[in-house]
Design a protein. Structure first.
Length: 140
């Protein structure tokens, strides 16, 4: 298996809380940034999704906080799609400091919403494969 898709982020001072560590909600922002970065790298834009009548939706998200992050820390945020059968897929992400320390693990369940019917589409894997210029980034 190849290395998972990854994007580097630097923790900014305004993202920290009164204890000086990264605010818990910002971990979700970093995970979202990595997911959209993967879509962009695969050739899928937000405008393209909307024009195609679909939009990604988060159905469940779990964050496991492992180590604190401080202003100035650099982290790599990975993003791996896991496909099963049916209307949903899993996304596994790791937020890791450049020294290898795992700061957080983010696990989610998502789907592709038909923007007209307001229902999940039947086969999101096939839809991503069709839309992506580089489906390998999705493990397809």
């Amino acid at each position: 298996m190849s290395e998972p898709f990854s994007v580097r982020v630097t923790v900014r001072g305004y993202e920290t809380d009164t204890q000086g560590h990264l605010n818990q909600a910002v971990y979700l922002n970093y995970a979202e940034h990595a997911r959209w970065s993967l879509l962009q790298a695969a050739g899928i834009t937000q405008a393209g999704l909307v024009a195609g009548g679909v939009g990604p939706v988060a159905l469940e998200t779990t964050v496991r906080y492992r180590r604190e992050l401080l202003a100035g820390d650099e982290v790599d945020v990975t993003c791996v799609f896991e496909w099963g059968t049916g209307k949903t897929f899993r996304i596994e992400q790791v937020i890791r400091k450049t020294d290898g320390t795992v700061a957080a693990e983010v696990s989610g369940v998502g789907g592709l919403l038909d923007l007209t019917a307001r229902r999940l589409i039947e086969d999101p894997r096939a839809h991503f494969r069709k839309l992506a210029a580089d489906p390998a980034l999705f493990g397809l």
